[in-house]
Design a protein around this ligand. Structure first.
Ligand code: IMP
Length: 428
């Protein structure tokens, strides 16, 4: 096995950081291919908590080459701050273990302002997406419109010439949104002049590195960000992010051909969460949701916002498994469900009285969706010390076996706590 994808199968925050950290032990190269600083990957090692937004989780391991590819949108300031923070934790980061694509698009200050401004305007109409306000959507929009600034452009003499009309255009948009904040080309150019020198050692052609790594049989881990239900094409549009978070996005974002893939590990939380607005068919009632949120510490790693909590939704799960060709599943945070009398699983969707096998395309149809549940008895025991399936109480075992059967693919690990060791490995 040489090329392994890891991605989230729900609305993000499934616990990919812990899984990629574990798999980084195996990997020689770890690659981030989409999204930007909207991601928040939490890794806990010996009680020390690392929160990564742009850096691949493999950065914590010595001797792992970490690549941020052309598919990622990079805020240079955020990247520099994160590198400094990680160095503060004793993590070594140099041009030997971090590589940034010259083709990656740069998140500019005006992208962040526009992201916030649109959200503000939409919130007055009650239609805001609830973005992370990290400028992700506006940056990808410029990429698609072919007016984006790429990392390589930061070193070109014509940067200022490119920026002048762009800043004029973005200022007009900000005025439309009622934002008085002035953006100045001088200020942006001054900041870039400093930032580009700090990141210069990392900038390179990451695609050639990936090609060489694949051709020489290196062990490559491609780390997804966000979750499949936030995928811009297959997610709950428009309440989605601006990149493809399923396998397709990891393929275009890495340049690794589909036929070169060895496996796709899907990361699934034992329940479901989502941050921000949008349809959520299996959302829990308020009291249960609050309990799960507090026990599971379900607050955004990037924005600190409380996450909405729901039951595991097997209809959505089968959809995202198929979308990405998932070969195995890492089940996360089973311990959080301890103490619930009944555990529900969403097993069917009906729309207009008819069963449907995939989530509807339109937000309005979600409002009419009937969700069918299977109820299983819960367990009261603290399971955070379990290291084999036999250590689990019978009802916890039954829950895992039921969802594995319903999902139709094997679970390779079950996580029972945030620490590296708090994992039941079913197959290595
Ligand atoms: P954006 O990606 O900041 O534009 O936000 C769009 C939607 O995706 C919002 O609902 C965000 O809360 C959500 N989102 C973006 N990144 C993540 C993530 O890493 N985890 C969970 N939700 C995310």
């Amino acid at each position: 096995m040489t090329v392994r994808f890891v991605l989230g199968l729900q609305w993000g925050d499934e616990g990919k950081g812990k899984v990629t950290d574990y798999l980084s032990d195996w990997a020689e190269v770890v690659v981030r291919t989409q999204g930007g600083a909207n991601a928040g990957h939490t890794v806990i090692i010996e009680d020390k908590k690392y929160v990564l937004h742009l850096l691949p989780s493999g950065i914590i391991r010595p001797n792992v080459k970490c690549l941020i590819t052309h598919g990622v949108v990079v805020d240079p300031k955020q990247l520099i701050d994160e590198i400094e923070e990680m160095r503060g934790h004793g993590v070594e980061i140099s041009d030997r273990n971090l590589f940034l694509s010259e083709r990656a698009h740069v998140v500019m200050p005006y992208h962040k302002l526009l992201d916030g401004a649109r959200e503000e305007m939409d919130s007055k109409k009650g239609s805001q997406i609830g973005t992370t306000k990290r400028g992700i959507g506006p940056c990808y929009a410029d990429k698609a419109q072919r007016i984006g600034i790429r990392v390589g452009d930061l070193y070109q003499e014509n940067l200022r010439q490119k920026l002048e009309p762009l800043v004029a255009e973005k200022s007009a948009m900000l005025r439309y949104f009622g934002i008085g904040e002035e953006i100045s080309v001088d200020r942006i150019c001054d900041d870039i002049a400093e930032q580009r020198e700090v990141i210069r050692p990392f900038v390179c052609d990451t695609y050639s590195m990936i090609r060489e790594a694949v051709d020489s049989g290196k062990k490559i881990l491609v780390e997804g960000a966000q979750g499949s239900l936030l995928d811009i094409d297959f997610g709950t549009y428009p309440y989605v992010t601006s990149s493809n978070c399923s396998s397709g996005g990891l393929i275009t974002g890495s340049g690794i051909a589909p036929t070169e893939l060895s496996s796709v590990t899907g990361v699934v939380k034992a329940y479901t969460t989502r941050v921000g607005s949008g349809p959520f068919p299996s959302e829990m009632d308020q009291a249960t949701g609050e309990r799960v949120r507090n026990v599971g510490k379900e607050f955004g790693a990037t924005t600190g916002r409380p996450r909405r909590c729901g039951w595991l939704d097997v209809v959505a799960l089968r959809y995202t498994i198929n979308l990405s060709g998932v070969t195995d599943i890492a089940l996360m945070k089973l311990d959080v469900l301890s103490g619930l009398e009944t555990i529900r699983i969403a097993v069917g969707y009906k729309l207009g009285g008819k069963s449907i096998q995939t989530p509807p395309a339109c937000t309005k149809d979600f409002e009419k969706l009937e969700v069918e549940y299977l109820d299983l008895p819960g367990w009261t025991e603290n399971i955070s010390g379990a290291r084999t399936m036999n250590d689990l109480p019978e009802n916890a075992r039954r829950y895992v076996e039921t969802i594995s059967d319903l999902a139709g693919i094997p679970f390779t690990s079950v996580s029972v706590g945030p620490g590296r060791a708090q994992t039941i490995r079913l197959e290595d």
